[in-house]
Design a protein around this ligand. Structure first.
Ligand code: TPP
Ligand code: MG
Length: 307
């Protein structure tokens, strides 16, 4: 396993090829058994595909939404919700849970798909995306939907929000961890860098920020709109520990999340190199599908590819 991530985009990850992820069930400090299933890498890959099918189907049915940036982060949330997070879908407000904050709030379909598959609410509810009175609005609502930790959608706020939770955990002497998913275009927001500075100032080693580095934002490539590079060096300069991984390789992601637990005195940024629209040939790398739903024929074609 390499955490350097150099060339991560060149080699297409084959999650099945790497180490076995099955581990004994995690137990909370109080001895409470925690319900993360021990999925093999094959089962994780199958789950990732299932989440992609949900994303395509629900945005297609809604006729709107953000498939591209949802598809790019599927392995990230699969690794977290099926392996890394200490959480209890039957008790979403459990005080000792690890938190997952979706800062790039337009990827709500991604969050809903993984929450449903993990048992926070029925999978059938996914078909209500963006409908009047549904709990599953275009951007997630923490007051309405089990498992949603932050009402997000206005970019740039999730890391600041995470700092509050991380500091509260320290005050309360709790050992939960905070995982926050940012978009790379989102990192254009100055608030992200104020929060990056504050996270290291307060030595928040209980924060892990994952940047879904798919190189595209709403209407074009980052390098044309606002050059982000060198992104890892920027985080390092702000006092962070940094790992770079192939964001479609579940075993690399899991290894980085595990290593981050050992880092003391500073927060960790995981730069996850991904492909926007990953898994659907005609969406991959296409900025058009940032905020456009697939039509009925495209849904059919995509689902064929995701069999
Ligand atoms: C403060 C703010 N400005 C603008 C937008 C509109 N907007 C929604 S998504 C997006 C692009 C985000 O790009 P990125 O973070 O790279 O997302 P991804 O590629 O992961 O979809 C923009 C500009 C917003 N939601 N919030
Ligand atoms: Mg992006």
């Amino acid at each position: 396993m390499s955490l350097s991530g150099q060339g991560a985009k060149k080699e297409r990850a084959n999650p099945e090829a790497s180490a076995d992820t099955s581990a004994e069930a995690v137990t909370s400090p109080g001895g409470r058994p925690l319900p993360n299933p021990s999925l093999s890498l094959e089962e994780m890959a199958a789950m990732a595909k299932k989440l992609r099918r949900h994303i395509v189907t629900m945005t297609g049915k809604a006729g709107s939404g953000h498939p591209g940036g949802s598809l790019s982060a599927v392995e990230i949330v699969t690794s977290l919700f099926f392996k890394i997070l200490r959480h209890d879908p039957k008790n979403p407000r459990w005080a000792d849970r690890d938190r997952f904050i979706l800062s790039k709030g337009h990827a709500a379909p991604l969050l809903y798909a993984v929450l449903a598959e993990r048992g926070y609410f029925p999978v059938e509810e996914l078909s209500t995306l963006r409908k009047l009175n549904s709990r599953l609005q275009g951007h997630a609502d923490m007051t309405a939907t089990p498992g949603v930790e932050m009402s997000s959608g206005s970019l740039g706020q999730g890391l600041s929000f995470s700092i509050g939770i991380a500091l509260a955990g320290r005050l309360d002497k709790k050992d939960y961890r905070v995982y926050v998913l940012l978009g790379d275009g989102e990192c254009d927001e100055g608030q992200v860098w104020e929060a990056a500075m504050a996270s290291s100032h307060y030595k928040l080693d209980n924060i892990v920020a994952i940047v879904d580095h798919n190189d595209l934002q709403l209407d074009g490539p980052n390098c044309e709109i606002m050059n982000l590079e060198p992104l890892p060096e920027k985080f390092r300069a702000f006092g962070w520990n940094v790992f770079e991984v192939n964001g479609h390789d579940v075993s690399e992601l899991i290894a980085a999340f595990e290593k981050a637990k050992e880092v003391k005195g500073k927060p960790t940024a995981i730069i996850a190199h991904t492909i926007k629209g990953k898994g659907v040939s005609f969406m991959e790398g296409k900025v058009d599908f940032h905020g456009k739903a697939p039509n009925a024929a495209e849904v059919e074609k995509a689902l064929e590819e995701l069999k």
